[in-house]
Design a protein around this ligand. Structure first.
Ligand code: AMO
Length: 443
């Protein structure tokens, strides 16, 4: 007999159905047992009577979260909220759950009952909650929309290698791995290989996949492994072409998420998904620092922003412009990656940007230096060895179109979209300095 999902049961009143799922709650009233059954589409009350000995014995043996396979009749029942229930005719126990559960499975209104570390240690139970199930649905729609937007704009999807021979970002944050008798690295970004796609005349490429950062950052926005959505596009005139593409891609993605899950997101997380209109404002680092100083927000660094500054400038700009997004531009070149192009009129400035959303950096992007001699010069300024980068430099030796691109941290994007306080909550199974799937001892 085919399985019916719980959300469709109302169409089966008066009929026999097969439903499968978990025992959400058990109410034992002696001669009658109410089992609320849960599947990924909803919940329904099922009833076992003592008159049917086999069914009743099986029902009595159940614990919360056990997995069952039920055949029964859908009957009208005015006393339950749905207006119907399922009278059990046969009940098979597929898997009995241990009891008690190590954590509380959260309902929309019971936020953070078990401590986050404990919930993450039992992530497979934690993910059963309605909140997390919705979060996974939204993550799926988000990734699908980003990919679809690129595909519809004539991008090719690449899978850049994750084990590579040279670090693309800061050498300090790279994981070294043993590669037979040689040293290799886990990619911190598909940076070099997405740029290779431009030299390969793929012209527009995107890559969605894991990247690795060996940073001992215990924050609400850092992971040691995260999923990066990377874009690289050829024949640009300015990094602003890249900004424009990202802006339109994010609007498209937010529209898809809002259409599909907007109401549920509001009900479960209390967050409104807003689809921006018009262009995102640009703000130079220098201007931003002036605004922050005026608002009394302390700044230790003229070339970058602390989390407090990011939050404050997000609020200031939202009040001034109504935009939740800001393109932060004109960073000092010395503080950016060596592959960013320098502004010809003022070489101390990089032709790149960060995108802030609701007070958090979600993207870094830039026009790239495609002229190999300038690229080598930039690397030299940072004391980077030419030898380790020789393969990368080779990508530019045989002609390479001007190009630029960006990368979005997808867990940060989801965190801001749903209004979560920590990136650990928007990651399927987060890895951080003190957790590898599970909590590991902090050194
Ligand atoms: P960057 O290092 O700024 O740039 O990373 C791009 C975006 O990735 C996210 N991110 C992180 N998310 C979770 N945990 C981390 N430890 C972490 N580090 C970064 C942020 C950030 O904005 N190659 C360049 C991009 C490019 O120029 O195309 C790069 O990787 O959202």
């Amino acid at each position: 007999m085919e399985r019916i999902h719980i959300k469709d049961l109302k169409e089966y009143i008066g009929k026999e159905v097969r439903i499968r799922g978990r025992v959400d709650t058990i109410r034992d009233q002696g001669k009658i047992l109410f089992l609320v059954l849960r599947d990924r589409t909803g919940k329904v009350q099922t009833v076992a009577w003592h008159g049917d000995e086999e069914v009743f014995k099986n029902a009595k043996s159940l614990t919360n979260e056990s997995v069952v396979d039920i055949i029964g009749d859908v009957k009208e029942a005015k006393q339950v909220a749905t207006g119907y229930e399922v009278a059990i005719k046969s009940l098979k126990v597929d898997s009995l759950s241990n009891t008690p559960l190590p954590i509380v499975i959260e309902e929309p209104h019971t936020n953070n009952i078990s401590a986050l570390d404990r919930r993450l240690d039992y992530r497979w139970i934690d993910l059963r909650s309605e909140r997390n199930s919705l979060m996974m649905d939204v993550a799926t729609t988000m990734g699908h929309a980003l990919r679809t937007y690129c595909i519809e704009n004539e991008f090719k999807e690449i899978q850049a290698p994750r084990i590579i021979s040279a670090a693309s970002e800061s050498g300090a944050s790279v994981f070294e791995v043993k590669y037979f008798d040689k040293k290799a690295y886990l990619a911190q970004s598909p940076q070099f290989h997405k740029q290779m796609g431009i030299s390969s005349d793929l012209e527009r490429v995107f890559n969605m996949g894991p990247v690795f950062r060996a940073e001992k950052s215990f924050t609400t926005r850092h992971l040691t492994e995260y999923t990066s959505f990377d874009v690289e596009m050829g024949y640009i005139d300015s990094y602003k072409d890249v900004c424009h593409f990202e802006q339109e891609m994010l609007k498209y993605m937010l529209k898809q998420v809002k259409e599909k899950h907007g109401e549920e997101i509001k009900r479960v997380f209390g967050t409104e998904v807003k689809v921006p209109e018009g262009d995102f404002p640009f703000l130079s680092v220098e201007e931003a620092k002036k605004k922050l100083a005026k608002a009394g927000v302390p700044s230790k660094d003229t070339g970058d922003f602390s989390p407090e500054e990011e939050k404050a400038i997000g609020q200031i700009m939202e009040e001034e412009t109504g935009s939740e997004f800001i393109f932060m531009v004109d960073y000092p070149h010395a503080r950016r990656a060596f592959y960013h192009m320098k502004n010809e009129e003022n070489p101390s400035i990089a032709l790149g940007f960060d995108l802030f959303w609701k007070g958090l950096e979600i993207t870094t992007g830039a026009q790239r230096e495609h002229r190999v001699e300038n690229l080598k010069e930039n690397a030299k300024e940072r004391g980077m060895g030419e030898e380790s980068l020789s393969e990368y430099f080779d990508y530019f030796k045989y002609g390479c179109p001007p190009h630029g691109g960006f990368a979005i941290g997808t867990e940060r994007l989801l965190m801001k979209m749903l209004g979560f306080g920590s990136i650990l909550e928007t990651t399927y199974l987060p890895n951080t300095p003190n957790r590898l799937g599970k909590l590991i001892a902090r050194k």
